[in-house]
Ligand binder design. Structure first.
Ligand SMILES: O=C(O)C(=O)C[C@H](O)[C@H](O)CO
Length: 318
């Protein structure tokens, strides 16, 4: 079953209540986006958060991005074995707490990148955009000296050590695409930028626990056919980010969920057809009237709209 989910703060505020009022039961913890930026979780800390959510009628089904994984591991630096051990420990805690999905990414040096967060969209709402020409210049990033093959070797090293633990404890990993899905951003190489790249990742360790976070907006920026690609990955999709963009990996603008180039109904139909059984969250949303745009993509009103839209699509594909 597709379960609409939302990134919620790790302590309650009205966003928890808005979620339950909309019938959302699945919470995503991503404190780098909503919260205090915590990335290193131990069992007790997570237990406390899970209990709190449960008391409010919500369950934590994903920890995303804000996970104990840094460039030490992505770049294969000294200390990666200790970091991987911490990640294994974190997976065990998630398993104990029935947190079914862990979403991570392999973007070294530069996280998800935008060059504008105030592009005017429908009715004066704001969306984010990326223009590669505006990204050039500035100091050379330390990670720019790394080769694509090194990043692959490091990812392989990581997966060989963490997927067996994920299998053992019943947690599914979902690798998020590089955003934007380019060969490089400001000279820093990126590798998770195509369907072929994902095929390579999935082949490194054949297990449903080594899967995909299907961030639709990034696959749209890759220029692929979205429903066909959902069918291509099938049961290796462990988590979905529902959103759309207009443009490509050199230059794009994010769109309202109901106003982008992708046939969202066909996409939802495809998730149904492949039997996707897991959390699906709206990703970046427009900033709407009365919101400050101080956390672009993650304000509340657009997410309420997106959940309603997703639920409508889900009814159409029953
Ligand atoms: O770039 C995006 O679309 C994201 O949502 C970023 C992800 O949250 C993050 O990279 C997950 O590890």
């Amino acid at each position: 079953m597709v379960r609409p989910a939302l990134v919620l703060p790790p302590a309650p505020d009205d966003r928890w209540q808005l979620a339950t009022q909309m019938g959302v039961t699945d919470a995503v913890i991503h404190t780098l986006e909503i919260g205090d930026g915590t990335q290193f979780w131990d069992y007790d800390h997570l237990r406390r958060i899970c209990n709190w959510f449960e008391d409010a009628g919500l369950s934590v089904s994903v920890v995303e991005g804000s996970v104990p994984l840094t460039d030490t591991t992505r770049l294969g630096l000294d200390g990666r074995d200790e970091e991987i051990a911490a990640f294994q420990q974190f997976l065990r805690a998630c398993g104990d707490l029935d947190i079914g999905v862990v979403c991570y990414d392999w973007m070294a040096g530069i996280r998800w990148a935008r060059t504008s967060a105030h592009v005017e969209s429908r009715g004066g709402s704001y969306v984010t955009a990326y223009e590669n020409d505006k990204m050039r210049g500035g100091p050379t990033h330390e990670a720019a000296s790394r080769s694509r093959e090194e990043l692959w070797e490091n990812l392989e090293y990581f997966l060989e050590r963490v997927v067996p633990v994920a299998e053992e404890v019943g947690v599914k990993l979902g690798l998020h695409p590089d955003d934007p899905p380019r060969e490089e951003v400001r000279g820093v190489p990126r590798i998770i930028n195509s369907v072929d790249a994902y095929d390579r990742v999935l082949g490194i360790y054949e297990s449903e626990h080594n899967g995909v976070t299907f961030c639709q907006g990034n696959f749209a920026a890759m220029g692929v056919d979205i429903p066909a690609t959902i069918h291509h990955f099938g049961d290796r999709i462990n988590f979905v980010h529902f959103r759309d963009v207009e443009g490509d990996a050199d230059e794009f603008v994010e769109t309202w969920h109901d106003d982008g180039p992708t046939d969202m109904l066909a996409a939802m139909q495809a998730y149904r057809e492949v039997g996707f059984d897991g959390p699906m969250r709206p990703d970046h949303v427009p900033t709407m009237a009365g919101e400050q745009n101080d956390n672009p993509g993650y304000h509340t009103k657009g997410r309420l709209f997106a959940i309603g839209y997703m639920k409508g699509l889900l009814e159409q594909t029953r």
